[in-house]
Design a protein around this ligand. Sequence first.
Ligand code: NAD
Ligand code: AKB
Length: 313
Amino acid sequence: MAKEKILVIGASGQIGVELTMALRKIYGNQNVIASDLREQNSLLEGTGPYVSLDVMNKEMLHVQVIRQNITQIYLLAAILSATGEKNPNLAWHLNMQGLLNVLDIAREEKLSKVYWPSSIAVFGPTSPKLNCPQQTIIEPSTVYGISKYAGEFWCNYYHQRYGVDVRSLRYPGLISYKSAPGGGTTDYAIEIFHAALEEKKYKCFLEADTYLPMMYMPDAIRATLELMEAPSNKISIRTSYNIAGMSFSPEEIAASIQQEIPDFEISYKPDSRQNIANSWPQSIDDTVAYNDWGWKPEFDLDKMTKDMLVNLK
Ligand code: NAD
Ligand code: AKB
């Protein structure tokens, strides 16, 4: 295997911390450079190189890529759905220009691979609600979803036109215990575990029966690594792959937690995030990812609940 030197952009975020650690295990600590707008991250401290970097500053990014002999970029810096609705211009600007900066540099420096995540947020109210397929009606209604859908086509364009090996997954809502979530609609499914352990009660910002596609972080990290390690001829989707983990509602995750903490109570006070959740599918069909590179999730709701509670304790 050729020696790879990887730059993770947005390494201090919910996914970035865990993906950086996983990449460091595979490629060696010194060969994975963590970078973020934030100056440092306590979870990554002492585990390998960390640089403070703004993905919007294309010149500085380019200099880092050349200076560090970078061969692959994982771009995770973005503004998520709920924060994006509060500041649509900023979300569009960061999510689009950040990606275009990376794709341009990847083309100019002939990087071996780029990873950029999309989201189930590309789907909108007119997409099928159940087992939403890879190719279907896609009319997103959030600025985050619009930016992800446009980003998917930029990835496809850079692959077709310039041969950039850029790969992507449409992550569902991700649940994890290490790093805090960054302003999404699915964040309730993380907050609920913290509240269950700390206060034994949780006021949910979504209605009881709001089903959404979700995934436990270990599955998401494994999916990312499996996609990136798959031979190029197995990658038939150059926009972004649907991947599924599980699907549940707030009342179902509460019931799962009550199996472990019987006196846990949930109440509901939906806010503006309810509209975002209502626009997304309830479950995802990931047959193409399974057929192309063998994707299969390992965690269901109860297995994840047990693991979350043990680790958060
Ligand atoms: P996050 O908000 O937790 O982390 C993003 C990181 O990017 C933060 O550490 C932030 O400081 C950094 N950042 C922001 N602006 C930057 C800039 N200009 N330059 C450099 N760094 C900057 O997000 P996350 O949950 O880790 O998501 C990572 C990616 O995965 C995003 O593209 C997101 O859309 C996608 N995704 C996440 C989920 C999820 O549930 N977490 C689901 C679907 C898709
Ligand atoms: C969000 O809720 O914005 C994210 C996502 C599904 O992309 N978790």
